[in-house]
Design a protein around this ligand. Structure first.
Ligand SMILES: Nc1ncnc2c1ncn2[C@@H]1O[C@H](COP(=O)(O)OP(=O)(O)OP(=O)(O)O)[C@@H](O)[C@H]1O
Length: 334
């Protein structure tokens, strides 16, 4: 349904050239929900704008539902909905009127536009807000209105740029449910950008991780964790000397990709920790090293990101978190 090949986009800023997107490519199947995950400045919005005909790529190509975005942008716009980071609604018109006007802009008759407006209000669970004006809504309600506006013309593909940024946890969860419903019950292909790891993990069929304008991983959350992170064994020993000795022994085990000793604890990254842990404990026992505690932790997407880039998603001054702040929406750039 979506095919991006070798996308590149540079910007001239004074004498400098900013390479916002260097080489991005992926396919999204019909009905799939794909999350484009990456830190601030990774190139997610720029990629989205190229996919939605809002920005011409410096190089590369985009096809949506078989239409070439460069040669048939009008056909592409007919089949896609785009919800940017900034709110698309004004302040003073009633929500239902905004939706009807939007429907009319897409060529629906007055009757069909009214009917569709009620339909999308229902899909987003905001029928009770129909006569309110956007200026009086909460961030989460306003986000739903934005998505309703993006759905008015029955798009087959929906692009959402950081749909939950700035929402409180309750509003985020409610919005996740609505987005899942769009895909499940209405068969819409969805591509969303996010820098929330838990969001990508829980929502997406597939995750494409971008960093500094490049795709650095592409797969299901489960496959990324299994292939790029591995399980973690935490083994606590009697003292720091024992931990160092245990780390040396554990490091020689098959399937180990990394071992660190912190105080009395040894952290071992290993392919299949459930099987490896008993073997490791026997090894340490034979060496007369006392183990006071041992447990296994499954990898998170954060572990995947660290393994790929050497830093956490939230590091280097970027404003990432797995728990969002309560900042209002609509203050980020499009
Ligand atoms: N119009 C522009 N002119 C100059 N540089 C730009 C422009 N748009 C984007 N950039 C730069 O391109 C890089 C990628 O920006 P982009 O907005 O695509 O990242 P992002 O991953 O969406 O980040 P965020 O999560 O903060 O929205 C950044 O360094 C940004 O400053």
């Amino acid at each position: 349904m979506i095919r991006a090949v070798g996308l590149r986009r540079t910007f001239k800023v004074g004498k400098e050239t900013v390479e916002a997107v260097r080489d991005v490519g992926f396919d999204v199947a019909a009905g799939e929900l794909l999350a484009l995950l990456g830190p601030n400045g990774a190139g997610k919005s720029t990629t989205l704008r190229m996919l939605t005909t809002l920005l011409p790529p410096t190089a590369g190509s985009v096809h949506i539902a078989g239409f070439d975005a460069a040669r048939e942008p009008g056909r592409v716009r007919e089949v896609i909905g785009y919800v940017g980071q900034k709110s698309a609604s004004g302040e003073n018109h009633r929500i239902r009127d905004e939706l009807v006007t939007q429907g009319r802009c897409f060529g629906l008759s007055a009757q069909k536009a009214r009917h569709r407006a009620d339909e999308v209000l229902d899909i987003l669970g905001i029928g009770d807000l129909a006569t309110r004006v956007p200026g009086t809504l909460s961030g989460g309600q306003r986000r739903r209105v934005d998505i309703a506006l993006g759905l008015i013309h029955h798009p087959r593909v929906l692009f959402l740029d950081e749909p939950t940024t700035g929402l409180d946890p309750h509003s985020r969860a409610a919005l996740w449910d609505r987005i899942q419903l769009l895909r499940r019950e209405h068969g819409i292909t969805i591509l969303l950008t996010t820098h929330y790891l838990d969001e990508a993990d829980r929502m997406a069929d597939r995750i494409v991780i971008v960093d500094r304008g490049r795709v650095i991983a592409d797969g299901t959350a489960g496959a990324l964790k299994a292939d790029l992170a591995g399980d973690l064994m935490h083994i606590t020993t009697s003292d720091t000397d024992a931990a160092r000795a245990a780390a040396d022994l554990a490091g020689g085990m098959p399937g180990v990709s990394r071992v660190t000793a912190e105080g009395r604890t040894v952290n071992v990254r290993i392919a299949d920790a459930d099987t490896a842990l008993p073997a490791c404990l026997r090894l340490l026992d034979r060496a007369a090293l006392t183990v006071t505690r041992a447990d296994v932790r499954r990898p998170s997407l954060d572990d995947v990101f660290i393994n790929l880039t050497g830093h956490r998603l939230g590091e280097s001054g970027d404003a990432y978190a797995t728990v969002p702040t309560d900042e209002p929406i609509g203050d980020t750039h499009a």
